[in-house]
Design a protein. Sequence first.
Length: 106
Amino acid sequence: MTVREHIPVVGGLAYVERVRQLPATFTATLMAEPDNRYFRHAIAVAASGQKVGYVAPEVARRYYEGVKASPSPIECPARRAAASDRETSGVELLLDFSHLPIAPGE
């Protein structure tokens, strides 16, 4: 399985002010949210100690157990999306999962 380098972060208006303050590239921290009432496989994305969104649900489902089981925080490179990404999909941030210390599940 090829690991994607452009994993979308969703969250919309709730985090837009935090997202706008981020540099063009940064390190994101992934955190499983087992008590999330909206999505049981929720993986929050944080930058500089603040939540900035969530890994897209269709991707989070495959990585949730690995993130949850990790004994240390999972970090990955991230970047702000290009204007064309925002215009076509509304995505503000993209993650690079190509070097995660965990493998995707089924």
